[in-house]
Design a protein around this ligand. Sequence first.
Ligand SMILES: Cc1cc2nc3c(=O)[nH]c(=O)nc-3n(C[C@H](O)[C@H](O)[C@H](O)COP(=O)(O)O)c2cc1C
Ligand code: SF4
Ligand code: SF4
Length: 256
Amino acid sequence: MILYFSATGNTRFAAERIAARLGDELVSLNDVLKNDEPLRFSSQKPFVIAAPIYAWRLPMRIEKLINDAEFCGNKKIYIIATMGAFAGAADEYCRRIINEKGLEYMGFCALRMPDNYTVSYKMPPKEKAIEIIRKAVPDIDRAADVIVSGGSFERKKNGIGSAVLSGLTRIANAGFNRFMVDKGGFAVSDKCTGCGMCSRLCPVNNIDIQSGKAVFGRECMFCLACLHGCPVHAIDYKGKAKKNGYYRCPNSSEIL
Ligand SMILES: Cc1cc2nc3c(=O)[nH]c(=O)nc-3n(C[C@H](O)[C@H](O)[C@H](O)COP(=O)(O)O)c2cc1C
Ligand code: SF4
Ligand code: SF4
């Protein structure tokens, strides 16, 4: 069973490709979160959890979901992460959570994809994004082959000692959670048509449409699905998207 969370489509692309190669079931964790579905997953095949990296770890809500969920049947769990450049100590945090649940941690595979963090980086033009994703395809396929073989993902060395990396990750992640998550800061311009797309995309139901305009609450995991998914680019975060642009993973037909 492949369980994936994706805000702008990179992880969904990887998860769909792995599911197709494995001939296995695909479950959207966006839907699980949005609909407050029971956290009980059952499969005779290994579990594969795919998610983006946020501030050097998996998104907190996804770590919590893994921690809280009941996984029945197969004991093996593989983690696939998509990222712009660096996954910090995400591997170690996943290992800890999964080992504590008494499940078998089969390793962590980080895939380099276009970075959608428009708060800090310029969004790549479509051709560049396609080029980056095409380069990731062989890595996605290799990951799928390891899962089919029943082996573990190879543990990557990163040149920094694991204690140092864990410490730096704790600091980077705490800053992100303190200043971004649940803090608001999104602005909706007059371009908003009240179409409701942002509200439908929000995995934690943080957006209402009131008097024909999107209104944000304070339950935000800062995934940026709303900002990047608005068809008229009416959502910005402190002027950053206006400067750095918007991103959606191109369609599979454009990539392959
Ligand atoms: C809030 C946030 C934080 C991010 N932090 C990191 C990071 O620490 N390291 C990194 O390499 N990429 C980071 N990224 C980039 C995403 O991990 C990357 O673009 C991912 O492929 C997005 O997946 P999605 O399209 O499935 O949502 C961040 C993106 C967001 C929205
Ligand atoms: S997706 Fe954009 S246009 Fe549609 S309601 Fe949200 S902000 Fe407004
Ligand atoms: S409000 Fe936007 S950024 Fe926040 S969780 Fe919802 S979709 Fe993600």
